[in-house]
Design a binder for this molecule. Structure first.
Ligand code: HEC
Length: 176
């Protein structure tokens, strides 16, 4: 008998369809954290790239207000997220305590995401942020005088300059 009969094909198609429709296994903690952070990362990058086209002044103003606003708008239903660093520009971005060990790890050369169980039974997830050429304008070693001045006005305690391309800059974190 021909094993590639229409019946066998239909059966195979049915089995494939069924396996696709079957309930998905529960997403792992790392993946869930990454999924929660994805729109934050995409939104920020989008805002940064668009605003840079209108000049650095405009981009700094956007970073100043848009970054905290985006983080806040995505922090709903017990989910809280943000960015932080060992060298902060904005004191508002100070890390929650549980994020500190992850930052230490990245400073020591680690590069993997970190997933932790928090004291209250919720979960935490951290990803490193590395410097890219685009970031040098506002976080690099040689800032244009007008950029340096604008940053000094807005962030008198700014520590987030002097970075090189590829260097560890900070983290994205999320609690859920
Ligand atoms: C136009 C200037 C500008 C550019 C370009 C820029 N940033 Fe920033 N960055 C800021 C400002 C202003 C803040 C503080 C406001 C905020 O976003 O919370 C900031 C804050 C941050 C923070 C939060 C921690 C902290 O220090 O307060 C991280 C992390 C960060 N930037 C990483 C980057 C990376 C990575 C890039 C490149 C992809 C980049 N930035 C590009 C201006 C800039």
């Amino acid at each position: 008998m021909n094993t590639r009969s229409p019946v066998a094909l239909v059966t195979a198609a049915f089995l494939i369809a069924c396996s696709v429709a079957a309930p998905e296994p529960e997403i792992g903690q790392t993946e869930q954290g990454a999924v929660l952070l994805a729109p934050f990362k995409a939104n920020l990058k989008d805002k940064l790239v668009t605003s840079m086209q209108s000049g650095v002044d405009e981009a700094i103003a956007v970073c100043n207000t848009a970054a905290p606003a985006i983080a806040e708008s995505l922090s709903v239903d017990g989910v809280v997220m943000g960015r932080s660093s060992h060298k902060l520009r904005s004191p508002v971005n100070a890390a929650p305590d549980w994020v500190e060990p992850a930052i230490e790890g990245y400073l020591a050369g680690k590069s993997e995401p970190v997933a932790v169980e928090l004291d209250d039974g919720r979960r935490g997830y951290v990803e490193p942020i590395m410097m890219q050429p685009l970031c040098l304008t506002c976080h690099g070693q040689e800032l244009q005088p007008d950029v340096a001045q604008k940053l000094a006005e807005l962030y008198p305690e700014d520590q987030a300059t002097g970075f090189a391309d590829g260097e560890f800059r900070g983290v994205f974190w999320v609690e859920y």
